[in-house]
Design a protein around this ligand. Structure first.
Ligand code: SAH
Length: 615
């Protein structure tokens, strides 16, 4: 059974089916199934969310033999057939049933029934908080005990070796002995420390829960044919020796020629570690490390494990310098900031107390074409920075936000302001129409950040920005539907074959270069998408572009002109190179010129992919 998005909805009665169908709006891909206990057993393991519209008793009897543990069981929500109550029945925290029940209740205007103690008392649940912050729980058996301590005392004491924002009821302590929860990549933070644990003293908590930040990068070099077992043992030995927790491993870094090294890949796969590779030039560019003649002879690199660890971690200091054990060399570095986990993008990440920037694409127009992910980012932002027209289109998301809007040509100013606000600790969304990385703001934000980083490195020049640690900002680019997607969809299927995208704006690109690219694309029979086809300042560009295309294409070549795709005043025209100038083409318009095979049919513009010829 294929449960797309791993959500399924079960019903029994006709009324139940009606409620299920209302829920389809929230979960369009979820199958709606007439209840049968066999189907539930069949899909249990692969499901993330199961929604049952029926008596809770039936659900309890059905799932009882299937339940394993809260790390793997799907979330289960039960609704009465009228959809007046949504009960979070199983996997309330980690599985997300509480959130699911709340979301469904909000949508159906029903009441969510949540029974987990921390929620009832409005307290943070330690397991959920750990998950949201990318921290690995070392011993799950201790979680209930720590949870109870939180409920009874109303607070938990946290010792952390990483920078992390804590909810109000988590109190930071600087002495690890007093902590209920320790956040550290050190296996035992009491070893090598002047503070010793007095386990018998009653003033200290009797059990302590360890949360492991995934912030260690292992640089590794190995001889060909080294087994995964040998690699694992070497890493474990180095970690033991240096008092580091294996659970804190973030990723592995090595030289590119080891990309297909079997043992290394098998090791990484087993523990689900990503491998990042660097080439000889990149490795040799890292200065100040010990060189090895043997490694140089074999690879051309002066060294592998140490520079790879430094490059991958983004730091300049090793936590553990090179160890050589048998066929393996290992060095360890600590990530200087966590990258946001793509699955939980909107939680505060421990090493990002400096605020964050979302560079958000809002799509071609209306909110329906703005992804839920992007909407979420905007909702979670304190400040929204953007250009007037795009902001107007998403007005309803902007209530109670600080909005900074400037004229269209003030992009650099907008970006600097956004970076400045993020540095002050705020969450800022920089908004672009369409996709933020296509003729829009994403590149500019990075350019501004790079310039700031450079300035702060050169001592003579003082930065314009108050805080110089731009590298500590969390940055996420969130894609949107670009005009080319929106306009192609409106026209039919014009982009089914190779295409080139050219902006006719010469505000930042010399016109000669634009002409050169037009000619090259036309010559190579690309379908051509023209952005910024005309503006007040340059009405003649589209005429010149057409003239260039006509050198290589027939007058009959289909041309699609789409103005304001997916907005109120949308207009779609299908014409050809001969007649295209008879239509209004403005700055809200995208023009798509077909290749030599493009045809029109029933008022659609289609570029064949070639299936017809391949019989
Ligand atoms: N980042 C945007 C492009 C910005 S450049 C994106 O990915 O879509 C601005 C140009 O995009 C406009 O001049 C126009 O050519 C095109 N454009 C943007 N939105 C459009 C829409 N809704 N319909 C047609 N063209 C659009």
């Amino acid at each position: 059974m294929n449960t797309e998005n791993n959500t399924a909805i079960f019903y029994i009665t006709d009324n139940g089916l009606k409620t299920a169908e209302r829920l389809k709006v929230l979960y369009p891909d979820a199958p709606v199934l007439k209840f049968k206990s066999e189907i539930v057993s069949e899909i249990w393991n692969e499901s993330r969310n199961l929604i049952f519209i029926m008596a809770a008793g039936i659900v309890v009897r059905t799932i009882a033999p299937l339940i394993k543990d809260k790390k793997t069981d799907p979330s289960v929500v039960v609704l009465d057939e009228k959809g007046e109550y949504a009960i979070s029945l199983l996997s309330g925290h980690l599985g997300g049933a509480n959130e699911l029940a709340k979301k469904i209740a909000e949508f159906l205007k029903a009441e969510a029934i949540i029974t987990t103690a921390s929620d009832v008392n409005n307290l943070t649940s330690i397991d959920l908080w750990a998950k949201e912050n990318n921290l690995v729980i070392e011993d799950w058996e201790l979680v209930p005990q720590i949870g109870t301590r939180l409920l009874n005392n109303g607070a938990l004491r946290i010792f952390s070796e990483i920078q992390i924002e804590l909810p109000d009821e988590f109190l930071k302590v600087s002495d690890p002995r007093f902590a209920d929860v320790l956040i550290t990549n050190k296996k035992d933070p009491f070893t090598d420390s002047p503070i010793h644990r007095f386990t018998h003293s009653s003033i200290y908590p009797s059990t302590q829960l360890y949360l492991r930040p995934k912030n260690l990068v292992i640089g590794i070099g190995c001889n060909s044919g080294t087994s995964d077992k040998e690699i694992a043992e070497a890493i474990k030995a180095v970690f033991d020796e240096n008092n580091l927790s294996f659970l804190s491993i973030h990723s592995i870094a090595t030289i590119d020629i080891k990309e297909d090294e079997e043992g290394l890949n098998a090791f990484a796969e087993k523990y689900n570690f990503k491998i990042k590779t660097f080439n000889v030039d990149e490795l040799n560019a890292v200065e100040g490390l010990q060189k090895s003649d043997v490694v140089f002879k074999a690879t051309g690199a002066n060294a592998v494990s140490e520079p790879a660890a430094l490059l991958a971690s983004g730091t300049s200091e090793l936590l553990v310098p090179k160890y050589k054990l048998g066929n393996v060399t290992i060095a360890v570095a600590e990530l200087n900031h966590f990258t946001t986990s793509p699955l939980h993008p909107f939680t505060t990440s421990p090493l990002h107390p400096f605020g964050r920037i979302y560079i958000v694409g809002t799509g071609p127009g209306s909110i329906e074409h703005l992804t839920p992910y992007a909407q979420d980012a905007i909702r979670k932002s304190d400040v929204i920075v953007g250009y007037g027209t795009y902001l107007d289109l998403i007005q309803e998301l902007l209530k109670d936000k600080e909005v900074i809007s400037t004229g269209m040509t003030k992009e650099v100013e907008r970006c600097k302001r956004a970076v400045e606000l993020a540095m002050s600790g705020k969450t800022v969304s920089v908004i672009s129409g369409g996709d933020p990385g296509i003729y829009a703001m994403a590149g500019l934000v990075f350019e501004v950040l790079r310039a700031e980083a450079r300035k702060s490195r050169s001592a003579e020049v003082t930065s314009e920005l108050p805080n110089l640690q731009t590298s500590k900002l969390a940055i996420e680019v969130i894609p949107g539907i670009s005009a080319l997607n929106a306009c192609a969809a409106r026209l039919g299927a014009p982009l089914m074959h190779d295409f080139a995208v050219i902006s006719l704006s010469d505000r930042l690109t010399p016109w000669e270069l634009i002409e050169k690219r037009l000619a090259a694309a036309a010559m190579s029979d690309f379908v051509i998408v023209l952005y910024n086809p005309k503006s007040m300042g340059r009405p003649g560009h589209i005429n010149k572009a057409r003239a260039i295309l006509l050198r290589y294409r027939s007058t009959e070549t289909p041309v699609g002109i789409v103005k304001s795709a997916m907005r109120e005043n949308e207009r779609i025209i299908i014409t050809n190179l001969r007649d295209m100038l008879n239509y209004d083409i403005d700055m809200q318009t995208t023009v798509i010129v077909g290749n030599s095979q493009t045809f029109t049919w029933n008022n659609y513009m289609i570029t064949p992919r070639g299936y017809e010829n391949k019989k």
